[in-house]
Design a protein around this ligand. Structure first.
Ligand code: TXA
Ligand code: MG
Length: 332
């Protein structure tokens, strides 16, 4: 595995490696992606292998400019065009009808493809130089916490990837919002870095998918995902430590709460060995950007259990609560 920086020469090497069918981990504004040339089936097959990801879970295809949407989409729905013009580049993935040239492996045999124009300029430059579309899931083993630094990628995947481009910590910190635009009503399949409120300001009301009926449609929807190895228990806002005490607090343990005010309140209980505010400044943006890093750190520490409280369920808070829920132990 080669660790690259972000000089133009480095980015050109990363692009060349993608052209040669290699796997290159790239920084995006959401999380680090494990990139492969989307039109190279054997490279894409290695992505599934390296992540131990089931092949029924389709990948997101990344492009460098809006005009490249037509290279992967058979048809561009009106809402997709509007959203692309207003909200790309950014943490928004759109599901649109796919062109036959996109390998079935990328889309898990679905007639649709998920496409994203990342907000991170390094990612865009690499894709542009590679002159292709790049299939990239988050660069973590399937089901584990997503990476928001190059170090996370190196420690989780190491020599199983060919290159890692170190673009520093990710800005947004949670994955893109995935929206399906192939039906009569837009459906948000996964809450993420683009607030639903922002999307609705462009195209009007959307539906938020709860759980897929039948087989998993968008396995960001699988119940256990983004999970640390240390058990994490999730509670409603302002219900720690009472609810946690009711079920018994394992020691040593750490608690994860929204802001500094709440952290101070909780510390007074002396119920946990460590209390961590997701957002010292009190913004959901900061909470999102720190979420996965904090989970990586807590999982590397020697806690017997982690306890977390939900954050306000609006804007980026929806994505944070979704990831915390999937990271958590479900009882019953
Ligand atoms: O922010 C992100 O989206 C990051 C960065 C690297 O771009 N990528 C990412 O990829 O989170 P991944 O593979 O971890 O999640 C992709 C999600 C999955 O939940 C997958 O099921 C869904 O997108 N998806 C992909 N193609 C789909 C399709 N055609 N229909 C429905 N869901 C799809
Ligand atoms: Mg993922």
């Amino acid at each position: 595995m080669e660790l690259l920086r972000t000089t133009e020469e480095d980015l050109a090497r990363a692009a060349r490696a993608l052209r040669e069918g290699k796997l290159v981990a790239i920084p995006t504004e959401t999380v680090y992606g494990l990139g492969a040339d989307a039109f190279n089936e054997s490279a894409v097959a290695r992505v599934f292998e390296v992540k131990a990801r089931p092949t029924f879970d389709p990948l997101i295809v990344h492009i460098a400019r809006i005009s490249d949407l037509k290279k992967v989409a058979r048809e561009i729905p009106v809402f997709a065009q509007k959203l692309a013009e207003k909200l790309w580049p950014g943490p928004l993935t759109m599901i649109v009808p796919k062109r036959p040239e996109v390998p079935d492996l990328v889309t898990a045999g679905l007639p649709t493809v998920a496409v994203r124009l990342p907000g991170n300029a390094i990612a865009r430059r690499i894709i542009e130089l590679a002159d292709t579309a790049v299939a990239a899931p988050s660069a973590n083993p399937f089901g584990y916490i997503s990476p928001t630094t190059a170090r996370h990628v190196v420690s989780m995947l190491g020599d199983r990837v060919d290159m890692v481009v170190d673009g520093g910590p990710c800005d947004v910190g949670v994955e893109s919002t995935v929206i399906d635009l192939t039906g009569p009503v837009p459906v948000v399949m996964r809450p993420g870095g683009m607030a639903v409120e922002t999307i609705e300001s462009v195209i009007g009301p959307v539906t938020i998918s709860r759980k897929p009926a039948g087989p998993v449609v968008s396995p960001g929807q699988t119940l256990s995902h983004y999970a640390p190895r240390t058990p994490l228990y999730l509670f409603d806002a302002d219900s720690l430590p009472r609810s946690a005490m009711a079920r018994g607090i394992e020691r040593p343990s750490a608690a994860l709460v929204f802001d500094l005010i709440r952290a101070r309140e909780l510390e007074a209980w002396h119920a946990f060995d460590e209390v961590i505010p997701l957002a010292p400044s009190g913004t959901l943006r900061e909470a999102a950007s720190r979420l996965f890093s904090i989970l990586h750190e807590l999982d590397a520490a020697t806690y017997a259990a982690l306890y977390a409280e939900r954050v306000p369920d609006e804007g980026l808070g929806r994505a944070i609560n979704d990831r915390l829920f999937r990271a958590s132990k479900k009882e019953g």
